[in-house]
Write a protein that binds this ligand. Structure first.
Ligand code: GUN
Length: 284
């Protein structure tokens, strides 16, 4: 069994990306990411802080713009409009989830498609669906980069994705399909998830339920990608996979922490640099 070490690979990526930032700086271009955080959700605050620190490590300016959870939808739209029009801002990311009184789709649709480093705008999602060049959502992109790094061929593989969110499951399914896999997506209404997972070559799980994927749900030699991050009562962080038992059967598996999480951050940094290059017409 091999560990798909997202932490180690993301450190290599950061070294390469910081060289890209230096090159942009030498052209008098200074990439800038704005992260909007509404309210005080502890998990969101921790994710946003990690993104901010990663930007600092490679020389990207990052601004965290925080709003009270009672901000109106119109006020939030106004703030995004200002960032869309600010030439010094290259990437805009609205941390999800948003409070219930705000329509997330309306907010995501208001982001300039060329600054949409999360790839959540329906325009960019549609381009992904059509297998056209676009900003790709960070977690699915990070997973594909990790598989590619370990030379795992996806063509013709049976892939099962457990979780059908717009953030991870659906875009990941599109990327896998575009890469030549046969893809099944399981979700909350799936009658028997194990019926799908037990024959799959690659199982990706992102449902936010600790130890959801057990060893009797995967075949020998399977590749398992754990997208979950769950905090247990004792404060420890675990994924959605029963790592100790499942890893005994797998050929490759991602750990939590140190697997998909750091790759998500690297993918966001890459998207921010690419957005900057597109806006400044710098050849990639
Ligand atoms: N909430 C959970 N994951 C994400 C993500 O990748 N981007 C944003 N904007 N919000 C999230």
């Amino acid at each position: 069994m091999y560990i798909l070490d997202g932490k180690a690979y993301s450190q290599d990526i950061e070294k390469e990306l910081s060289i890209e930032v230096d090159k942009l700086n030498s052209l008098n271009i200074f990439p800038c990411l704005c992260v909007i955080l509404v309210g005080n959700n502890a998990a969101s605050l921790s994710y946003v802080t990690m993104k901010h620190k990663a930007c600092s490590r490679i020389g990207i300016e990052s601004r965290i713009i925080r709003f009270d959870e009672n901000i109106s939808q119109d006020d939030l739209l106004n703030e995004i409009c200002k960032l869309n029009n600010d030439k010094n801002v290259n990437g805009i990311l609205v941390q999800l989830p948003l409070p219930k009184h705000i329509n997330s789709n309306t907010i995501l649709e208001s982001i300039d498609i060329n600054k949409d480093v999360d790839g959540f705008h329906p325009y960019n999602m549609g381009k992904l669906f059509c297998n056209l060049d676009s900003f790709l959502p960070a977690t699915p992109l990070g997973i594909m980069m990790l598989l590619n790094h370990y030379k795992i061929d996806i063509k013709g593989k049976d892939v099962v994705i457990v979780g059908a969110s717009n953030i991870v499951g659906k875009p990941l399914a599109s990327l896998m399909l575009n890469a030549g896999a046969s893809v099944s997506i399981c979700h909350i209404l799936t009658k028997d998830v194990s019926k799908f997972t037990k024959d799959a070559d690659i199982v990706c799980v992102g449902v936010g339920k600790a130890l959801m994927l057990s060893d009797n749900m995967v075949k020998d030699g399977a590749i398992v990608i754990d997208i979950g991050i769950n905090k247990l009562d004792d404060g420890s962080i675990v994924g959605d996979v029963d790592f100790i038992n499942v890893s005994k059967k797998t050929s490759y598996i991602t750990p939590v922490p140190g697997g998909v999480g750091p790759m998500t951050i690297s993918a966001l940094l890459l998207n921010t640099i690419n957005a900057t290059k597109i806006q400044h017409k710098v050849v990639k």
